[in-house]
Design a protein around this ligand. Structure first.
Ligand code: BGC
Length: 324
C-alpha cells in the first residue's frame, strides 16, 4: 500500500492507494489535542487480507444485491455470492481491494483512478472511476466521477468507521439524521424496500440523540440487524447527518449529493487489532455510508444505480469538523 498525506491548518488525512482508502483522519478536539477519527490498521497489509472495509472506497456496487442476480437491457448477470445468499460490496475483490493510480496530487488534494475491466466481478462495461479527496478549511470533500463503456450498475460509498473520541465505543456519541424513514432489512441484511417511519422509534434521529438509544433498545429491526445496519432516506439535500462526541467536543457534519446513507454501527467487529494498539469490538465505530438505495436494481422502478454509457456518475460527500 502506498500512502499520500494531505494536510492543512485544520485537518490531516492519510490516503492509501489500495481501495483509495482513508487510513487516518486527524482533527483537533476541544483541548486542541489531535484525534484520529477513523478506525484503521497499523499494519497496512491488513487492508488487503482483512474484511470489514475499514476506510475503503466500496464499489462497483456497495451494499447487497439480492442473490447476486440482476438483468440489464434484457441480459441476465450473475455476481459472486459473498454474503449469505447475496452479493456484497462489489464482490470477492471489489474496488476496496484494488490499487488506484495517483493521477494528481498537491498538499491538499489527491485524485486517484481505477479502471475496472468489462465483466470484472460480473459487472458489464469498462468503468473508469476517479476518486478525489480535497481538504478545504475544516472539510474533507470526497468526490466520485465515473463513466462506463456499456450500461452498468454503480453505487459507490466510503466505508470509514468514525469514532470522534479516542475511546473504544461510539455508544455515547450522538447522531442527527435528517430522515423520516429507515428502510427495513431482512435477516441477511438485505434491504427489503419497506419504509419504516422513524416517528416514536428509538432510531428517530431527527434531533440530536444518543446512538445508544437505538442500539440498546429491543426494537425488532435493531435486533434483526444486530444493531444499526440500515439505510436512512434523507428528507433534505444538505448537511444531512451530524455525529457528535461530548467527550472530545468534536462534531462532524456529513453533507452529500446522495439520497441516503447506510448507518452501520460496526456490529461485526471481532476484536481485531487496529491502529495505536487498539482492539476493535462491536460498536467501536460507526459507518455513515452515503449511497443510493441498496439493491435499487430490484427495489426501484427506475433504478437510480444504472449508469448509462455516455453518462457521468458524479457524486460527492463532505465531512466537516467543528468543536463545541
Ligand atoms: C454492511 C454490513 C456488513 C459490513 C461489512 C456494511 O456496509 O451493511 O452488514 O457487515 O458492511 O463490513
Amino acid at each position: 500500500m502506498n500512502t499520500i498525506i494531505l494536510k492543512n491548518n485544520n485537518l490531516e488525512v492519510v490516503i492509501g492507494d489500495i481501495g483509495a482508502t482513508i487510513i487516518r483522519l486527524i482533527t483537533k478536539d476541544r483541548d486542541f489535542k489531535d484525534v484520529d477519527v477513523v478506525l484503521g490498521y497499523e499494519n497496512l497489509d491488513e487492508y488487503i487480507t482483512q474484511d470489514g472495509y475499514l476506510g475503503a472506497t466500496v464499489g462497483r456496487v456497495c451494499n447487497r444485491i439480492a442473490l447476486g442476480k440482476f438483468s440489464l437491457n434484457n441480459k441476465d448477470y450473475q455476481l459472486a455470492i459473498n454474503n449469505g445468499p447475496n452479493a456484497l460490496h462489489g464482490g470477492i475483490e471489489g474496488f476496496s481491494y484494488k490499487r488506484f493510480d495517483i493521477i494528481e496530487k498537491s498538499n491538499e488534494h489527491v485524485l486517484l483512478r481505477y479502471i475496472s475491466k468489462d465483466m470484472e466481478e460480473g459487472y458489464p462495461g469498462e468503468l473508469v472511476l476517479d476518486v478525489s479527496y480535497k481538504l478545504i478549511d475544516n472539510e474533507l470533500k470526497t468526490s466520485y466521477f465515473a463513466t462506463c463503456s456499456k450500461d452498468t450498475l454503480i453505487n459507490i460509498t466510503n466505508h470509514s468507521y468514525f469514532n470522534l473520541s479516542n475511546e473504544n465505543t461510539i455508544l455515547d456519541h450522538s447522531l442527527m439524521i435528517k430522515s423520516d424513514y429507515m428502510v427495513s432489512c431482512d435477516t441477511d441484511g438485505l434491504a427489503t424496500g419497506e419504509l419504516i417511519s422513524v416517528t416514536n422509534k428509538p432510531y428517530d434521529y431527527r434531533t440530536l440523540n444518543k446512538i445508544s438509544k437505538a442500539l440498546l433498545s429491543d426494537d425488532e429491526h435493531i435486533k434483526i440487524g444486530n444493531g444499526l445496519d440500515h439505510p436512512f432516506i434523507f428528507n433534505d439535500k444538505t448537511n444531512q447527518i451530524v455525529l457528535y462526541s461530548d467527550k472530545s467536543g468534536i462534531e462532524m457534519t456529513v453533507n452529500t449529493t446522495l439520497p441516503q446513507a447506510q448507518i452501520y454501527s460496526a456490529n461485526y467487529l471481532d476484536g481485531r487489532l487496529g491502529k495505536y494498539g487498539n482492539k476493535y469490538y462491536k460498536n467501536a465505530g460507526i459507518c455513515i455510508e452515503t449511497q443510493y438505495m441498496p439493491d435499487a436494481i430490484h427495489l426501484e422502478s427506475k433504478p437510480s444505480t444504472i449508469l448509462k454509457k455516455g453518462e457521468e456518475y458524479n457524486e460527492s460527500t463532505s465531512y466537516i469538523f467543528k468543536v463545541k
